[in-house]
Ligand binder design. Sequence first.
Ligand SMILES: O=c1[nH]c(=O)c2[nH]c(=O)[nH]c2[nH]1
Length: 286
Amino acid sequence: MIELAENRYGKSRVRLMKVTRHAHGQTHSHDLREWTVQVLLKGDFATAHLDGDNSKILPTDTMKNTVYSLARASKATAMEDYAKELVDFLLTRNPQVSSAAVRIESIMWKRLTIDDEPHPSAFMRGSNELQTTNIERAQGGSFHVLSGLDNLVMLKTANSGFEGYIKDSLTTLPETKDRLFGTAVRAEWRYTSPNLEFDALRTKLREAMLCTFANHDSKSVQQTLYAMAESALEAVPAIDEIEITMPNKHCLLVDLSRFHQDNPNEIFVPTDEPHGYIEARVRRKS
Ligand SMILES: O=c1[nH]c(=O)c2[nH]c(=O)[nH]c2[nH]1
């Protein structure tokens, strides 16, 4: 006997750019947002899978159109608030849907500075860092808000060592008090309420993590990751849990002795693969 265990469907990689135009007399200024949206629905779709009956299927093409139409209508500035509107819209119009989830990844655009002045309508790509949110709600239930960031690439050239680890017959790694520490942070935190100043909290949380990364006297990636999580939980009381992933993007010291040169931690080979993979979820004790 075979049965349908679980299913969900929706539209992925819906790319959207929104320009908000502010007019101030003769002058103008624009805000720019670029989002990649995913919509996923769970519900009563068994007959579609089992019988080929699409009568309960909202086409994913319609979901894509909904993303654009609601983006036009929405006054939300934080992507969390727009995602909530999208979830509500889909649940209200589709009783066959038991829960709706929206994920948004926001691309970093920065305003150009020209002649020391912020330009009203020209932007540059800030970095490949993404700001993310996942909003989910069941029919009649409340919102679950998980926000985060991805690919926050950072490196520190001091205050990082790695010593005192297990040594066995396969150990080749030398102990070091002074190494480069490069990483690309992925983080996801859970808000305890769906009604918050999401943009301001995100800024505060991100700043706290950056500050800890920069200033931490690191004995390992593990210790710094935990310290960053702790500082995020301290900076933003409205979250109760954060998961952080930090690859250890090794920078290997080049042996220059073959050329009768010293190398006092100046010349490295940056490597991507293989890399260490460190992950932890840190939460408030209940
Ligand atoms: O910070 C580190 N943690 C490890 O677990 C580890 N393992 C390793 O080879 N180098 C490092 N660095």
